[in-house]
Design a protein around this ligand. Structure first.
Ligand code: HEC
Ligand code: HEC
Length: 290
């Protein structure tokens, strides 16, 4: 390959002397400032590799010993240490005492809001408004298991039908049609009677047929007038708040083969202080009872 350096007629730039099939390469080196910047970054990285972690080797290399991950651990430990006195007071107090003390209360509300967003919002909604599919609103005054501080704390601590705690909340609504206790037609009549409890029935004959079925099969848990029973977590049926079903067809399907809500026990997952903060937070969402 000929290596004759010549001036390119069109641009006035020297060629490198390389030529391929009549194509000649112009010699246009990098600008000096760019080149020096490159050398500076290479020098910088060499210094960095010596000072700071670059390769995993018996822990990490780097003569300063500084590691970002450990710095974060220290920051978190420092933050925890700052909060420790407050967390200890929250842990020792009852939710009622926390709610009554302005200082503890505001700390618990802030901590409870974060813990709720991290652990509960996925099922109960960001504002505790609940979600379709059996996830109850925690922001209204309609409670399945109870809305006092003690009841809320017990629910959070031990969970519901999750099989994780001996003291969990548990009850089972029978599968009336699936287990052969009622026929589908009877379930539909019972559903119409359930609607009549909140003044929404449209088929009086079905209500009459459903009434004795309800008296015989349902009042033991849901109460004479469908007022519900917190001891067995049976929801009120004479209001317009629905967990699983809300019209005749879906209520009949529910009676035929109920789905039972499950909530994890948080006592084994969260610090007792966090459970207390969540209790105060949920109680304050709107429907807390005394
Ligand atoms: C995996 C979904 C899920 C998560 C996560 C969850 N829950 Fe629940 N929770 C439920 C379900 C389902 C029910 C209703 C159970 C039933 O049908 O009795 C419930 C019920 C409750 C109740 C009782 C409501 C009442 O009316 O008595 C409270 C209080 C509660 N949850 C608080 C919390 C808190 C606080 C957290 C976060 C620490 C949380 N839940 C996380 C699913 C969940
Ligand atoms: C052994 C107690 C028990 C009996 C008996 C029982 N239920 Fe229930 N029922 C429950 C429980 C507990 C729930 C809530 C399940 C859950 O929270 O996931 C429930 C939920 C319901 C719901 C859903 C309410 C909603 O808000 O979506 C309807 C409707 C219902 N029951 C109707 C009936 C009817 C009608 C009968 C009689 C044919 C009956 N139940 C008998 C315990 C019972």
């Amino acid at each position: 390959m000929p290596t004759k350096i010549e001036k390119d007629a069109l641009t006035g730039t020297d060629t490198t002397g390389h030529e391929w099939d009549g194509l000649k390469e112009l010699n246009t080196p990098l600008p000096k400032w760019w080149l020096y910047l490159l050398y500076v970054t290479i020098a910088f990285s060499a210094v960095w590799v010596v000072l700071y972690p670059a390769f995993p080797f018996k822990g990490w290399t780097g003569v300063t010993g500084w590691v970002a991950r450990e710095a974060v651990v220290q920051d978190v430990a420092a933050a925890n240490a700052r909060m420790a006195p407050m967390m200890n007071r929250i842990r020792e107090a009852t939710p009622q005492q926390i709610a009554a003390d302005p200082e503890l209360r505001s700390f618990a509300m802030a901590g409870g809001r974060i813990a709720f967003a991290n652990n509960c919002a996925g099922c109960h909604g960001a504002g505790g408004q609940g979600a379709v599919g059996g996830f109850p609103s925690l922001a209204d005054d309609d409670w399945i298991w109870g809305g006092t501080h003690d009841a809320i704390r017990a629910t959070i601590q031990h969970g519901i039908r999750a099989g994780e705690s001996d003291e969990e909340r548990v009850s089972v609504m029978p599968r009336f049609v699936a287990d052969g206790v009622l026929t589908l037609a009877q379930a539909s009549d019972a559903a119409e009677f359930v609607l009549s409890l909140s003044g929404r029935a449209t088929d009086q004959a079905a209500v009459e047929r459903g009434k004795p079925l309800f008296a015989e099969n349902c009042v033991s848990c849901h109460g004479e007038n469908g007022e519900g029973n917190r001891d067995v977590g049976a929801p009120r049926l004479n209001d317009r708040v629905w967990l699983h079903a809300s019209d005749r067809a879906s209520i009949a399907r529910y009676i035929a083969n109920p789905r039972l809500g499950v909530m994890p026990a948080w006592g084994g997952r969260l610090d007792p202080a966090t459970v207390n903060m969540l209790t105060v937070y949920v109680h304050a969402l709107g429907g807390g009872e005394n």
